[in-house]
Design a protein around this ligand. Structure first.
Ligand code: KIV
Length: 266
């Protein structure tokens, strides 16, 4: 039986006021590290399109891409709750497509749950998935797959109307059966209000401290990209500089002949 943290455990944590710690992850090596660091949950996010594949946004990511990375992450860790992201185009084209995509991600990717972006228009798809035994994490607010519709990465839910719509969408998703909800890029008071209102754990990113937990893109919190400095991000290290320094030292020693030495030779 899997020793992974379950959806029920995440719900208990939220009820007990214990913050849920989530990071994104895309490969087995980092999966082992974040497991050792004690994170509660891993999202194999379609942010892989940006940080792994070098795209400007998440739109080009395919279901096969997410399955590939999910399998690697699943092999690398044993304890964190594992969620796979349904990429753009894998669930928007109809209920059957949505169910088929979610089932593939679970069967082939080895994840325990799937995440999808959007509110009321996707409630029926969520219902189909949860009825079929697939736990679904919702995602509202600054949903990156809608970047072109938003006209950029802009904070959502700022007006009264937009806030009311987001709260309505959250309730529709809960009614459809989501077990958790990511709230991204919305005002902190709105995120806190939704969290108090809906009765399932909320996971914030750029949504203040009033959510049941927090998610960050792993490469962002490690400070791997010196060009990415949004207001919501805290960098817990500067791996950009540390990697440049380490690889620079390696290059210098190869060129000077200081590496490899007899110590590193057979
Ligand atoms: O794809 C992703 O990494 C995400 C999180 C940032 C929530 O959706």
């Amino acid at each position: 039986m899997s020793k992974r943290i379950s959806t029920a455990k995440l719900r208990r944590m939220a009820t007990d006021g214990e913050k849920i710690v989530m990071v994104t992850c895309y490969d087995a090596t980092f999966a082992r590290l974040v497991d050792e660091a004690g994170v509660d949950a891993i999202l194999v996010g379609d942010s892989l399109g940006m940080v792994i594949q070098g795209h400007e946004h998440t739109i080009p990511v395919t279901l096969d891409d997410v399955i590939y990375h999910s399998r690697a992450v699943a092999r690398g860790c044993s304890k964190p709750h594992l969620v796979g992201d349904l990429p753009f185009g894998s669930y928007q084209t109809g209920l059957d497509d949505a169910l088929r995509s979610a089932a593939r991600l679970m069967k082939e990717g080895g994840v325990q749950a799937v995440k999808l972006e959007g509110g009321e228009p996707y409630a029926e798809a969520v219902h189909r998935m949860t009825t079929a035994g697939i736990p679904v994490m919702g995602h509202l607010g600054l949903t990156p797959q809608s970047v072109h519709q938003f006209g950029g990465y802009k904070i959502q839910g700022r007006t009264q109307t937009a806030a009311e719509k987001l709260k309505h969408d959250a309730r529709c998703l809960v009614e459809a059966g989501i077990y958790s909800l990511v709230l991204e890029g919305i005002p902190a008071p709105l995120a806190a209000e939704v969290t108090a209102d809906i009765g399932v754990p909320t996971i914030g990113i750029g949504a203040g401290g009033g959510c049941s937990g927090q998610v960050l893109v792993l490469y962002d919190l490690l400070g791997l990209d010196d060009r990415f400095n949004p207001k919501f991000l805290k960098k817990f290290d500067n791996l950009h500089q540390r990697v440049v320094d380490a690889v620079g030292n390696y290059a210098r020693e190869v060129r000077t002949g200081d590496f490899p030495t007899a110590h590193h030779s057979h």
